[in-house]
Write a protein that binds this ligand. Structure first.
Ligand SMILES: *[C@@H]1O[C@H](CO)[C@@H](O)[C@H](O)[C@H]1NC(C)=O
Ligand SMILES: *[C@@H]1O[C@H](CO)[C@@H](O)[C@H](O)[C@H]1NC(C)=O
Ligand SMILES: *[C@@H]1O[C@H](CO)[C@@H](O)[C@H](O)[C@H]1NC(C)=O
Ligand SMILES: *[C@@H]1O[C@H](CO)[C@@H](O)[C@H](O)[C@H]1NC(C)=O
Length: 320
């Protein structure tokens, strides 16, 4: 008995060692490899399972606790508004749901790190309480909020009373890492994550893992059919149509802002709300050691001259 068991363990160890030697850096922690219709699928355990994307580095291979702490260094300072709420573990737990789909696992290490910087750049700018002269600079204050401070109303749109009916007493003000507003947005993301957010929108400000899951879901999915997701626009999966090209929408960070915020941010020239998001992205690229020079040209970074994909949505752009 004992002999057989240690024999098996030894064999497994050999297989893993072999993987490490064959693939070097790219395969750290690969537990198993399978082929399905000629495609290589890898298993890395809890973080990434049975997907071609799991054969590449996973997020914990290149983005660790100390880096999260660097990016969001002021979030637990006494003047912050969500002290103790956001942490690395919640982010990684949430990301694990989307890594097999390519979140942070697409392309080479530089592309992977850029996507995390881009996603978190959006998150940081939307949850920041930094201002011009704040300690550490305005970019150091990401994840300061987890919900809108003084909501002006309950964000219940009756147009969706059959698809996403508002629950009595529930308020759909901005909450989360990429703040969610309105019943129809809570309804859609709740449906996708199989959590009843229409009845319980408050879950988003009570559970950081759920808040990050909702934000990554938004990043990974298009707003409208036949449009790219922010993820696809960023990593280069999306091929612009003639119309897109004519309207200055090109793959890259600028188009992620177009997708997520439309004409609140884009097509209005060099405005502050847009520059604020870009500056968080660049700041994070520097902190992660990728360097802002990897961000590309201003044309790729900005959406100042882009025509928005979608006409104005009623969603406010900041959570404060
Ligand atoms: C995995 O990484 C390599 C480069 O390191 C890249 O060429 C490949 O596209 C990546 N795989 C996926 C599924 O993105
Ligand atoms: C990583 O991939 C990007 C996009 O495909 C490419 O432009 C870049 O040169 C690659 N970097 C390295 C170090 O291979
Ligand atoms: C928080 O949300 C996650 C993801 O939906 C869930 O797995 C977990 O149980 C929740 N935690 C609590 C305390 O409800
Ligand atoms: C391209 O733009 C024109 C003019 O705005 C519009 O009529 C047409 O439907 C668009 N085509 C696509 C495929 O979106």
């Amino acid at each position: 008995m004992g002999v057989t068991k240690s024999g098996v363990l030894f064999f497994l160890a050999l297989v893993m060692l072999n993987q490490l030697i064959v693939n070097g850096d790219e395969s750290t922690k690969i537990l198993a490899v399978k082929y399905k219709k000629g495609k290589k699928l890898c298993d890395k355990g809890w973080e990434c399972t049975m997907s071609e994307f799991c054969c590449n580095l996973t997020i914990t291979d290149y983005f660790q606790t100390y880096q999260f702490e660097n990016l969001f260094s002021k979030r637990n300072s006494p003047v912050a508004h969500a002290v103790g709420f956001w942490d690395y573990h919640s982010f990684i737990t949430a990301a694990a749901l989307f890594e097999p789909l390519g979140f942070g696992t697409t392309g080479n290490k530089t592309t992977q790190m850029k996507e995390i910087a881009a996603f978190l750049g959006h998150v940081g700018s939307k949850t920041s309480c930094g201002y011009g002269v704040a300690t550490g600079g305005p970019e150091a204050w990401g994840l300061c909020y987890n919900h809108e401070m003084s909501p002006s109303h309950g964000y219940c749109d009756d147009y969706y009373k059959f698809t996403y009916p508002c629950a009595p007493g529930a308020e759909y003000y901005g909450r989360g890492a990429l703040p969610i507003y309105w019943n129809y947005n809570y309804g859609a993301v709740g449906q996708a994550l199989k959590v009843d957010l229409l009845s319980h929108p408050e879950y988003i400000e009570q559970n950081a893992t759920l808040a990050f899951q909702a934000a990554i879901w938004r990043w990974m999915n298009p707003i409208m059919k036949k449009q790219p997701s922010a993820h696809d626009a960023f990593v280069g999966n999306w091929k612009p149509t003639k119309n897109d090209t004519a309207e200055n929408r090109i793959p890259g960070f600028g188009t992620t802002m177009n997708i997520l915020y439309g004409d609140l941010t884009c097509g209005k020239g060099d405005i502050d709300p847009m520059n604020n998001i870009i500056s968080h992205y660049l700041y994070y690229l520097d902190l992660l050691g990728v360097g802002r020079e990897q961000a590309g040209s201003n044309e790729v970074l900005s959406c100042a001259q882009q025509k928005p994909f979608n006409p104005s949505s009623p969603t406010p752009s900041a959570s404060s």
